[in-house]
Design a protein around this ligand. Structure first.
Ligand code: KG4
Ligand code: ZN
Length: 334
């Protein structure tokens, strides 16, 4: 019997400290996430210095608990994978240094993972049915990008936001509505109780050619609307604003999938957890003969399972590893 290949995954690019252990390429044997969100909520957003310190405090305990959950010892680990960008440089540095230290101490290979590629691998963890080539929409707090996935490891950027990311706009509008950070999930819930046609917010870039997005103007429209209508039902504002975001994302993503002659569209990242987006994308995909898939909700937001999966693939299939001199890259792209 061959010894199993265990990959340790570490994610610390923003305000989630996460550790996961993967057996082989896809079998998850531990997956732990500690969210610092509550700690940052009082500042209305992530404070990088506070985040770094908390990753440093939490990582050793998560590591211990992950090994217990996986019922293995550190010496059973075959590979260490850690996010090296994009993200906040201090928080990245903590997880990356920890991972490199473990790889050095255990004398196993190390691989740095691009967080955005990690989000794409969340889909691979959840289903073996969708394989490249496909179109991917990455919608998170920091990114809104359309990426043509020719194969795992070969990505072509098709479009991206020219200003705010979709999740960033959701979080900022959430603040205007008095919702704590992060606001996406709460806007999702509020919107279910409101009328999406109550207010006619703009659909930015919807009619323009190309596949870029813009959400800053929409966010400002909501700000002005709330100033003029301070008594408007929050549920209706949330529903109407979300309807606009969802409509633009769905239109551009489906159009791009067709333009690139792909049959599958994969939607990943924290905003992909949104129930309204999931419903609308499925409906639009059905109408245009495109299969739209999402990872399970718990793998949409930041986690280390997706980092371990991307790392294991790069090492086992593409036969890659990184030197221990690899540093954090805050603006890393795909
Ligand atoms: O992927 P992620 O966890 O972190 C980044 O890489 O940025 O995404 C976080 C973003 C936040 O803006 C959060 O408000 C949003 O995802 N989010 C949601 C939902 N859950 C999280 N947005 C809409 N609906 C949700 N259910
Ligand atoms: Zn993310």
């Amino acid at each position: 019997m061959t010894t199993p290949f265990y990959t340790l995954g570490i994610e610390s690019s923003c305000d989630e400290t996460a550790v996961a252990i993967l057996r082989g390429e896809r079998e998850l044997v531990a997956n732990l996430i500690y969210s610092q969100a509550q700690m940052h909520a009082r500042y209305g957003g992530v404070v990088p210095e506070v985040a770094s310190r908390d990753h440093l405090r939490k990582l050793p305990y998560l590591m211990r608990d992950a090994l217990v959950e996986a019922k293995i010892d550190t010496t059973d680990l075959s590979l260490v994978a850690a996010t090296y960008g994009p993200g906040l440089v201090g928080p990245l540095l903590v997880g990356l240094s920890y991972g490199k230290g473990m790889a050095f101490g255990l004398n196993v290979p190390f691989i740095g993972v691009n967080h955005l590629e990690g989000h794409i691998f969340a889909q691979r963890l959840c289903s073996s049915e969708v394989i490249p080539p496909f179109m991917a929409l990455i919608v998170s707090g920091g990114h809104t990008s359309l990426v043509d996935v020719a194969s795992y490891g070969e990505y072509h950027l098709v479009g991206m936001t020219v200003d705010d990311a979709a999740g960033e706009a959701l979080d900022k509008v959430g603040k205007m509505l008095g919702i704590g950070y992060p606001a996406g999930a709460e806007i999702d819930r509020l919107a279910s109780q409101g009328n999406p046609t109550a207010i006619n917010f703009p659909r930015p870039m919807s009619g323009s050619p190309g596949f870029d997005f813009s959400f800053a103007g929409l966010k400002t429209s909501v700000l002005y609307y709330l100033r003029e209508h301070p008594r408007e039902k929050r549920e209706d504002v949330a529903a109407s604003f979300l309807a606009s975001v969802v409509s633009v994302l769905a239109k551009k993503a489906i159009d791009a999938t067709r333009r690139y002659h792909r049959k599958n569209l994969v939607v990943v990242g924290g905003v992909a957890a949104n129930a309204h987006l999931r419903e609308r994308m499925h409906a639009d995909g059905n109408a245009r003969d495109i299969d739209v898939t999402f990872p399970a909700v718990e793998y949409c937001t930041d986690n280390a399972a997706m980092i371990a999966a991307a790392g294991a693939y790069h090492h086992l299939v593409l036969e890659e590893s990184h030197p221990l001199s690899l540093g954090p890259q805050a603006s890393l792209s795909l």
